[in-house]
Ligand binder design. Structure first.
Ligand code: PAF
Length: 293
């Protein structure tokens, strides 16, 4: 029998409260099931479905959450215009074999006087953290809440948001939250553009320019790995290529230690080349691996 406290959207059971989520997870636990969580802000695409897929490989039940988290948006960011389509998202989740949608309202997630937050420490200070003050505090806080609310065994996150993934790994490790954090490779369009809910904001000519971000990072990684350029040279060339493709401003292009995200000069340890740059009013991010051959 299904739990009467669950809503249904597009034939997918939906928990709108922490209590309803916990009841469903407890019922699964009694039946010996393991639980994967796929945290999202909705506006789902194939990248999110790859996370659901990975969750289903690792656990016997998969919960996706949709919560456009206000605390990770700055005052001048796109919280209000962030795309929302719960029915469309639910239909995609059903197709992907997801078992439950958790879709709490803001008031369910944050009581009016909620004040405690999680500071992820130095890993959140550079890269996007430099341009989006408070963003990773908001992400860390909501992800910790989602993990504690669901009690999930595993939570899946895309490598496209690479700094977010490393921040979450760090927070889960430092706070002893008993969940495995699973990074899932970026899903791309045929021309290399990383799938993102924000791609919907790109005007047609910006969409044509957008794949230059991935191309540029791949070329930087190639030059670095071939020993044709130092990190500083690869970054400088990448800046020029992005500017030529129409990106402005370019928030950053950096070569960083793949785990700590501390900037590195060479490939004496696994590295990641990360970038964020704007096409009109849309900010795109991407990253690629770089390791010594
Ligand atoms: O990547 C996202 O969609 C969000 O940052 C997340 C992890 C769901 C937290 O709100």
């Amino acid at each position: 029998m299904s739990d009467p406290s669950l809503d249904t959207v597009a034939s997918l059971p939906v928990a709108r409260s922490v209590a309803a989520l916990r009841r469903q997870v407890a019922a699964w636990r009694r039946a010996g099931k393991s639980v994967a969580l796929v945290p999202t802000m909705g506006a789902l695409h194939r990248g999110h479905l790859a996370l659901v897929d990975r969750g289903r490989q690792l656990c016997t039940r998969t919960v996706a959450s949709i919560f456009v988290n206000p605390t990770q948006f700055g005052p001048n960011e796109d919280f209000a215009r962030y795309p929302r389509d719960e029915a469309g998202d639910a239909a995609m989740l059903v197709g992907a074999g997801c078992d439950l949608l958790y879709a709490p309202a803001v008031a369910e997630m944050y009581s009016a006087d909620a004040a405690a937050t999680i500071d992820p420490g130095p890993i959140a200070a550079g890269l996007c953290g430099r341009f989006r003050p408070g963003h990773f505090r908001g992400v860390a806080t909501v992800v910790a809440k989602l993990l504690l609310q669901s009690g999930a065994d595993v939570a899946c996150f895309g490598e496209k948001d690479y700094q977010q993934l490393q921040v979450i790994r760090r927070v889960v490790r430092d706070l002893d939250i008993p969940a495995r954090i699973e990074g899932v490779p970026t899903v791309r369009e045929a021309d290399g553009l990383a799938l993102s809910s924000r791609n919907a904001f790109l005007a047609p000519e910006q969409r044509v320019a957008a794949p230059a971000l991935h191309r540029t990072l791949r070329e930087a990684a190639r030059r670095l790995m071939a020993g044709e350029a130092t990190a500083a040279q690869a970054v400088a060339t990448a800046h020029l290529a992005l500017a030529a493709a129409g990106f402005a401003p370019i928030d950053y292009v950096e070569v960083c230690d793949a785990e700590t995200l501390v900037p590195v000069q060479g490939l004496d340890r696994p590295a990641r080349i990360l970038a964020a740059a704007w096409l009109g009013s849309t900010r795109l991010i991407d990253n690629v691996e770089a390791r010594s051959p």
